[in-house]
Design a protein around this ligand. Structure first.
Ligand code: DCP
Ligand code: MG
Ligand code: MG
Length: 835
C-alpha cells in the first residue's frame, strides 16, 4: 500500500477519499476471490504480471472486462479507479484525445496488444514498441549508440562495467574531464612564470572559439559513403546521440539560420525545418574532437606574443598579450588571421572566430560579433572609437548576451525596465551603479555596471591575475543520472564500492590529491512519478536529497571513503528501489605532497611519530605527543565518570546489556530470512562506520587540534623556544632586516648582489621557512618590495634593480607561496602582493 493510501485512511476517514479507498479494497478482495475460483476449477493462472498495476483508459479491444481478467489471472493488479497516475505502472488505451495525450505524456501508455503479446510469449515484452504517444517518448542516448531497438538487453547498473560504459558515452562527462585536464596542463606549463599585475592593466585580450565545433568535426569525419552530397554551408546538420528526444550538442550555422540552437531537442529542431528540408544528424566524434582541441592549444601556446593561453573549454581559449606586443591594429589583425589559418590547416578545416578587446567582457562580446568565421576588434577608448560605432556595438546585443546576466537576472531587469531591449538601452538607462545594485544586489549590480562600461569586475579578472590559483582543482565529482535501478541495499553498497574505487584510484590518483569532505546527492523518484519514466531507464521526475560529510582528515583510502558513503546513503530517506540518480563530490582537495599532509594518507598511526612531523617545530611534536598518549588519564571528565560508577551499578549495566543482546537475538530469529539478512547487513555497515579508521582519524585530529592550541598558548610568549637562525653571524631579526635593507639599497644602484652573498641570503630564507618562520620571510620580502618601489623612479633601469626584481619574483615569492600553508602563517600570507 502506498503512503498516499495510508494518508487517505488516516486523514480522511469520511468523504470522497474514503469512498474510493474502501471501493478499491473491496475490488481487490473480489479480484483475489475471482482468481481463487479460477484456480479451483483447474484453469491455468500465472504470476507473469506480478508487481504491475494496470489501468484501462477508454474503449479498448479487447475490452475492459477481458483485460481485467487477463491482468488478475496473471498475477497483476487491476486498477479500477485512477486516483493518482503514479499508482499505475501501465495505462492501456487504444487511442487518446489530445488533452489526455498531454496529461499522460510522462507515462507508459500502451495499446492492448502489449498485454496480449506478453501473455502469448509469457514474458514482459518492451512497452516502447506499443506506446501510443510514441513521438513524445524519449530514447536513451546510451542505448541508441549501442543498439537500434529497445529489444536489446537493458543496461544493468549492477554490472561492474556499468560506470565506465556510462562515462564513455556521456558528453557532459567528456567536457568536464577535458576542461579539468586543460587546467591541469596550464598549471604545469605556467606555474613558474610571474603573475600579471593589476597595476599594469594594459593588456590585449583575444577570445578565441571554434565555430560549431562538434558539428564541424562530425561533418569532417562523417561516413562519406552515407552522406556523399552533404553540404556544410547549406544543409542543417546537428550532432546528437539519436533521434527525436536527444539533445543537440552542436549545430552548424545553416541550421542556426532556421532557428535551431545548441541544446534544443532534435524533435523540436525538426519542427522548425521548412518543407522539403531534411535535418542531418551526425554522431559524436569524441576522439577527433580531442585531437582538434590539442592542435588548437598547441598552436596558441606556440605564439610568443601570448603571455597566457587561458583554457576556457575544449574549444575556447583566452589569450592575453601586452598592449605593446603589436605595433598597431593592422599587425594585430594580421596575427589573428594567421592564427585562424594555421588552426584551420592543422585541424583539417575547423574554423575559429576571434574577439579582440582590452577586457574580458569586451573580448567575449566582440567574439559574438566575430562569429561565424571572423575577427572583430573593439576599442573601448572613447577617443579612438567613433561614437556611432560604439552605440551600434552595444545596440546589437540582447541583455542576456552580457556575461553574468542569466535567466533570473534578465527577469529582474525586464521587470524593472520593460522598455529596455539592448545593452545600449541599458547603458543609457542605468547611468549609475546604485540603480543596478538596488535591483540585482551589490555584487552582481557592480559586475553588470562595470561590464556595461567594458570593464571586468574583480572576480572575473581573477582568471588573468590569479590563474594558477583559480585553475587548481577544487573538487572531483561523478554524476550518474541514467540507468540507476537497484533492488536493495546490498546492490547499492556494491555500486558505492565501484564509485569509490573509480573516484579514488582513477580521479584522486590522477590528480594526486586527498579529500577531506564528501557530498552525496541522491535523486529519489517523486511520489507521483511513474515507476518507469518515459525516458527509458532515465531519472524521470525526482526529488533531490543531499548530505555532506567532513572527514576531518584528508584521505585517499578507498575503504574509508566507501564506508563513509554507505553510511551517508543510510542517513538519507531514499529507499533503494526509488533511487534514480547519484552524484558524489569530493570537496576540499589537498595535496599529499604538502608537508602538512604527508602522513595523513598513510594513516594516523604515523601522524604523531615525532620524526615524521616535519612542518611543526620540535616542541610542538612533543606537546602533541603527550596529550595523545595520556588522553585517557588526562581527561578529567572521564576520570570523574569512572570514579562515580559503583560495582553494583556496573553489574546492573552488564545485566541490562546482556538482556538487550538476548532480546535482539530473539528478534532477529523471528524476522523473515531476507529482512534479517538486510538488517544484519545494515548493522554491519553501521558498526563498521562507528568502528572505522575514519572515526579514529577524526578523534585523533580533534586531539591534535587541541594539542596545537595548547602548544600555541604555551610558546606564543616565549621566543626562547626557537633555535636562533644566523645570517652573517647575526641572530637578532631586526638587525638582520636593517643589514639586508642597506645591502639591497646599495646593490640596486650597482650590478646587483654578489653571487656568494645571495647564496647565503637564500640559505637563510630557506632556513626560516623550514623552521616555520615564513612570516619573517614575508617581512623581508615586503621590505625589499618597498625599497624597490621607492628607488624605481631613479634606478628603475639599473642592472641591480632588475636583479633584485628577479630575486623577489622568482625566488622569494615562490618560496613563500610554497610555504603559504605552513603552520600559523597562512593568514598573513594571504596579503595581496604589490610589486
Ligand atoms: N557542448 C555540449 N553541451 C553543452 C555545451 C557545449 O555538448 N552544454 C559541446 C558542443 C559544442 C562544444 O561543446 O560544439 C563547444 O561549445 P560552444 O558553446 O563553443 O558551441 P559551438 O562551438 O558548437 O558553437 P559556437 O559557434 O556558438 O561556438
Ligand atoms: Mg564554439
Ligand atoms: Mg566554446
Amino acid at each position: 500500500m502506498s503512503n498516499k493510501d495510508n494518508k487517505v485512511t488516516e486523514e480522511n476517514s469520511t468523504g470522497r477519499y474514503s469512498y474510493f479507498y474502501n471501493k478499491k479494497i473491496k475490488q481487490a478482495e473480489q479480484d483475489i476471490k475471482f482468481r481463487k475460483q479460477y484456480e479451483t476449477i483447474g484453469k491455468q493462472t500465472s504470476q507473469l504480471l506480478k508487481g504491475l498495476t494496470i489501468y484501462v483508459n477508454g474503449h479498448t479491444i479487447p475490452g475492459r472486462l477481458q483485460i481485467h481478467d487477463m491482468v488478475v489471472l496473471n498475477g497483476g493488479n487491476f486498477l479500477h479507479h485512477l486516483s493518482s497516475k503514479g499508482s499505475a505502472t501501465h495505462i492501456i488505451a487504444s487511442s487518446l484525445p489530445p488533452k489526455k495525450r498531454l496529461e499522460f505524456k510522462n507515462y507508459k501508455v500502451i495499446n492492448p496488444q502489449w498485454l496480449v503479446d506478453c501473455i502469448k510469449q509469457q514474458k514482459i515484452v518492451p512497452w516502447q514498441e506499443y506506446s501510443i504517444i510514441k513521438s513524445d517518448i524519449e530514447q536513451p542516448s546510451i542505448l541508441k549508440i549501442s543498439s537500434s531497438s529497445a529489444n536489446k538487453t537493458p543496461p544493468n547498473c549492477n554490472d561492474p562495467n556499468f560506470l565506465i560504459d556510462y562515462f564513455k558515452h556521456s558528453r557532459l562527462h567528456h567536457l568536464s574531464e577535458w576542461k579539468a585536464s586543460l587546467r591541469q596542463k596550464f598549471i604545469e606549463l605556467y606555474q613558474d612564470i610571474p603573475l600579471l599585475t593589476h597595476s599594469n592593466s594594459s593588456y590585449t585580450i583575444l577570445h578565441i572559439d571554434f565555430d560549431c565545433f562538434f558539428a564541424t568535426v562530425a561533418y569532417l569525419f562523417r561516413d562519406k559513403k552515407k552522406f556523399p552530397t552533404l553540404d556544410f554551408d547549406k544543409d542543417p546538420i546537428v550532432v546528437c546521440h539519436g533521434v527525436k528526444n536527444s539533445d543537440i550538442a552542436s549545430c552548424n550555422y545553416a541550421a542556426r539560420k532556421l532557428g535551431i540552437k545548441n541544446g534544443m531537442w532534435v524533435g523540436t529542431a525538426e519542427k522548425m525545418l521548412p518543407n522539403g528540408i531534411k535535418l542531418t544528424t551526425l554522431p559524436y566524434e569524441f576522439e577527433n574532437i580531442d585531437n582538434g582541441s590539442k592542435a588548437f592549444y598547441t598552436i596558441l601556446q606556440s605564439i610568443e606574443q601570448f603571455y597566457y593561453v587561458l583554457p576556457v573549454s575544449i574549444d575556447e581559449a583566452i589569450c592575453v598579450m601586452s598592449k605593446n606586443a603589436m605595433e598597431n591594429k593592422q599587425t594585430l589583425l594580421q596575427l589573428c588571421n594567421a592564427v585562424r589559418q594555421r588552426i584551420k590547416h592543422e585541424t583539417s578545416g575547423c574554423i575559429v572566430s576571434i574577439g579582440v578587446s582590452d577586457s574580458l567582457v569586451l573580448a567575449r562580446l566582440a567574439l559574438k560579433m566575430a562569429k561565424p568565421n571572423g575577427v572583430f576588434m573593439f576599442d573601448n577608448d572613447n577617443e579612438s572609437q567613433d561614437l556611432n560605432d560604439m552605440n551600434q556595438f552595444w545596440g546589437s546585443f540582447k541583455l542576456d548576451d552580457l556575461p553574468g546576466v542569466g535567466r533570473s537576472t534578465l527577469k529582474k531587469l525586464r521587470y524593472k525596465y520593460p522598455k529596455v531591449k539592448t545593452l545600449q538601452d541599458l547603458r543609457q538607462t542605468c547611468q549609475d551603479i546604485i540603480s543596478l545594485q538596488s535591483i540585482l544586489g551589490n555584487k552582481l549590480g557592480e559586475k553588470v555596471y562595470l561590464a556595461l562600461r567594458g570593464e571586468d569586475d574583480e572576480e572575473s579578472a581573477r582568471i588573468i591575475y590569479d590563474p594558477i590559483n583559480m585553475f587548481q582543482r577544487k573538487s572531483i565529482s561523478i554524476d550518474i543520472n541514467w540507468g540507476i535501478r537497484f533492488k536493495d541495499m546490498v546492490e547499492i553498497d556494491k555500486f558505492l564500492d565501484i564509485c569509490s574505487d573509480y573516484l579514488v584510484n582513477k580521479k584522486l590518483a590522477e590528480y594526486n590529491k586527498l579529500t577531506s569532505s564528501i557530498t552525496l546527492k541522491l535523486m529519489k523518484r517523486c511520489v507521483d512519478a511513474p515507476v518507469d519514466p518515459p525516458k527509458y531507464m532515465g531519472m524521470g521526475r525526482c526529488d533531490p536529497f543531499t548530505t555532506s560529510s567532513r572527514l576531518g582528515v584528508p584521505t585517499n583510502d578507498g575503504g574509508i571513503i566507501a564506508t563513509e558513503l554507505k553510511h551517508m546513503f543510510r542517513t538519507l530517506p531514499v529507499p533503494p528501489v526509488e533511487l534514480r540518480g547519484i552524484s558524489i563530490q569530493f570537496n576540499k582537495l589537498v595535496d599529499p605532497d604538502d608537508p602538512k599532509n604527508s602522513n595523513v594518507k598513510k594513516g594516523l598511526s604515523l601522524l604523531f611519530q615525532k620524526d615524521q612531523v616535519t612542518t611543526t617545530p620540535s616542541p610542538s611534536s612533543r606537546s602533541i605527543e603527550s596529550p595523545l598518549h595520556n588522553v585517557e588519564s588526562n581527561d578529567p571528565h572521564r576520570k570523574y565518570k569512572r570514579l562515580k560508577r559503583s560495582p553494583v551499578k556496573e553489574r546492573e549495566d552488564q545485566l541490562e546489556s546482556n538482556q538487550r543482546n538476548a532480546f535482539q537475538q530473539q528478534f532477529f530469529q523471528e524476522l523473515p530470512t531476507q529482512i534479517r539478512k538486510d538488517v544484519q547487513h545494515d548493522l554491519k555497515i553501521t558498526r563498521k562506520v562507528n568502528d572505522s579508521k575514519l572515526k579514529r582519524m577524526k578523534e585523533e585530529l580533534q586531539r591534535r587540534e587541541n594539542a596545537i592550541r595548547n602548544m600555541n598558548s604555551h610558546f606564543m610568549n616565549s621566543d626562547s623556544i626557537f633555535v636562533p637562525i644566523k645570517f652573517q653571524n647575526e641572530t637578532n631579526f631586526e638587525k638582520i632586516c636593517s643589514m639586508v635593507n642597506d645591502w639591497v639599497r646599495e646593490t640596486i644602484k650597482e650590478k646587483g648582489p654578489h653571487e656568494r652573498d645571495l647564496h647565503f641570503f637564500k640559505k637563510y630564507l630557506n632556513k626560516l621557512c623550514d623552521s616555520d618562520r615564513v612570516h619573517f620571510v614575508l617581512r623581508l620580502a615586503d621590505m625589499i618590495s618597498v625599497t624597490l618601489n621607492l628607488m624605481a623612479h631613479k634606478y628603475g633601469n639599473a642592472e641591480g634593480f632588475t636583479e633584485w626584481e628577479i630575486i623577489l619574483i622568482k625566488f622569494i615569492i615562490p618560496l613563500m607561496n610554497r610555504n603559504r600553508h605552513t603552520f600559523r602563517t597562512e593568514r598573513k600570507l594571504d596579503i595581496e602582493y604589490d610589486i
